[in-house]
Write a protein that binds this ligand. Structure first.
Ligand code: HQG
Length: 199
């Protein structure tokens, strides 16, 4: 993805997940924004985007971050929201035996003690495979991957949801269902500081 598309993707993530009011638009409870209003709001905020550019970002997004409605008029982020106005009803699913969570090594100590928490987002985000989880963890520093006994959690009553783009969501993961990747724990956390929310 070119830097221009990447910047536009980050801008869309920011307004469609966290701060729609920053460009004066509203999202409905399923996270949808009117594309025409988004373009106009962005213009007034000094950011020029058009329908073609939005479509290009949607089509080239490696993680399929955004969906466009069937009538082509609305757009939403598939997951990752923190804004309180959105409460997407995701399909509840039986998870695979294991799911993975990528994080930075410096958060390990806190996570192993307190479990995985959603922080400012609505859910804890889990990946289907270790490679994706490693890429997620890299956003905050030296990555490490935690293996989660998702099916056992499900059997004990924890709910799992699947976003449009294949990311698994759950409310929390208590420490007893987490196993750190032992090759990564040697230089683990010295701080339990919560990370700043990225896009
Ligand atoms: C960590 C990206 C200390 C957690 C990804 C993570 C995802 C704790 C950070 C989506 C903790 C939160 C979400 C605890 C959790 N103590 N740290 N008890 N519990 N953490 O960005 O999962 O590329 O809010 O490990 O692919 O990293 O933007 O969540 O490091 O799908 O499309 O707190 O965002 O998608 O960070 O990422 P985030 P996340 P995009």
């Amino acid at each position: 993805m070119s830097k221009f598309l990447d910047d536009t993707s980050k801008f869309l993530s920011y307004v469609l997940r966290h701060e729609p009011q920053a460009i004066g638009i509203t999202l409905d409870c399923e996270g949808w924004a009117d594309i025409a209003a988004l373009i106009e709001g962005a213009r007034q905020a000094g950011k020029t985007i058009d329908r073609d550019l939005i479509q290009q970002v949607v089509d080239t997004s490696d993680k399929k971050r955004f969906s466009i409605s069937e009538d082509g008029l609305r757009i939403r982020a598939a997951q990752g929201h923190s804004t309180k106005t959105v409460a997407i009803i995701y399909p509840e699913k039986v998870p695979p035996e294991f799911l993975y969570h990528g994080t930075a090594t410096r958060f390990l100590e806190s996570i192993l003690k307190g479990g995985l928490r959603p922080g400012k987002r609505h859910y804890v985000h889990l990946s289907q495979d270790e490679q994706t989880a490693t890429a997620v963890g890299q956003r905050y520093g030296k990555p490490t991957v935690l293996k989660i006994e998702a099916l056992r959690m499900h059997q004990q009553g924890f709910k799992f949801f699947l976003a449009d783009n294949g990311v698994w969501l759950t409310d929390q993961v208590p420490p007893e269902f987490l196993t750190p990747d032992s090759s990564n724990t040697a230089d683990s956390a010295t701080t339990s500081r919560q990370p700043k929310l990225s896009t």
